[in-house]
Design a protein around this ligand. Structure first.
Ligand code: GLU
Ligand code: ZN
Length: 312
């Protein structure tokens, strides 16, 4: 059997219900998959168990259904995949690609930060390995070379991992596997060929491509779609108290999400239901029409007739 040419996925962290920002990411990946005649999977990224909210996974699945974003196959839960992540870590250890790190958050507080505000690991434990007795994280050694990749929305990009990120964590000192490792293992396990997700993850991509290289896994195509921010310019999230997607007025919310993705529905579709809007959008979908800039959401939950205003 030949492998399908397109497998996409939406990978929410079940820390709360979806908001309009997560809908935009889900919608973009769904549209890209359906327009290509591909499969579309949902994966629950419930790795960071303390941050997950009981029942949020079901809420998210019901919200996707309500908005007409139906997935293929069964939902994969990262909380059940520790064995696969442990095997990947063992493979990295056997190549000497990782080292134990006992640095605490406060010890790293003074380290320089990159443009994303993340700490660039200063290499402390790389050269002075501590015995593996103390609680420790595992970090992967980065090399002083540019990682190049072509994002389908942002074009050709490069990042020097050693300079701009430093050796990064693949397993945390509290025993939890890090997102960077899990996402790479699971994208490969699920045969994902196309990743379409929010632009907040754009600069995580070189880390993931680097790990794919070390683990001998294929690199999918990447596309990062604009975030939705609140009026203060913050990404919508649980931390910024983004309201859950409304249960009523889905048509308007969907039309706004499509506009945020550079596909505003035409006037003839005013009054069309979600199914009709999605059908239209699958036919019209062109990733090159997706804008780079973020969109500002309505401050209120009410899905009134106010379109999402693009930022200047
Ligand atoms: N779980 C991540 C999030 O909700 C998304 C991971 C991904 O799409 O690679 O931000
Ligand atoms: Zn360290």
């Amino acid at each position: 059997m030949s492998s399908p040419t397109y497998i996409g996925r939406f990978a929410p962290s079940p820390t709360g219900p979806l908001h309009v920002g997560s809908l935009v990411a889900a919608l973009a990946s769904w549209l890209d998959a359906r327009a290509a005649g591909g499969r579309w999977l949902v994966r629950m990224e419930d790795l960071d168990r303390p941050r997950c909210e009981p029942g949020a996974d079901d809420t998210i699945l019901r919200q996707l259904e309500a908005y007409g974003l139906l997935w293929d196959g069964t939902v994969l839960y990262q909380s059940r995949r520790d064995d696969a992540y442990a095997a990947a870590l063992a493979a990295l250890r056997s190549q000497g690609a990782v080292f134990a790190c006992t640095c605490t958050r406060s010890q790293l507080a003074q380290a320089p930060r990159n443009a994303e505000g993340e700490i660039v690991y200063p290499g402390t434990c790389r050269l002075h390995p501590f015995p593996n007795l103390a609680p420790h994280a595992w970090r992967v050694r980065t090399v002083d070379a540019s990682t190049h990749f072509v994002d389908r929305v942002h074009g050709a990009l490069r990042q020097d991992l050693a300079d701009e990120v430093g050796d990064f964590v693949v397993k945390r000192a509290d025993g939890l596997f890090a997102y960077q490792l899990a996402v790479v293992v699971d994208d490969a396990f699920q045969g994902v060929t196309h990743v379409v997700r929010g632009a907040d993850l754009l600069w995580n991509t070189p880390r993931q491509i680097y790990l794919q290289g070390l683990l001998g896994l294929p690199t999918p195509a990447y596309a990062h779609v604009p975030l939705v921010t609140n009026a203060a310019g913050q990404k919508l999230s649980k931390q910024t108290l983004a309201p859950a997607l409304p249960e009523r007025g889905r048509r308007m919310v969907l039309a706004q999400a499509l506009a945020a993705l550079g596909h505003p529905p035409p006037a003839e579709l005013v009054g069309a239901g979600p199914g009709e809007l999605l059908g239209w959008a699958v036919g019209e979908w062109r990733i090159k029409n997706v804008p780079l800039h973020p969109t500002i959401a309505n401050a209120t939950q009410a899905p009134d007739n106010q379109p999402l205003a693009p930022s200047p």
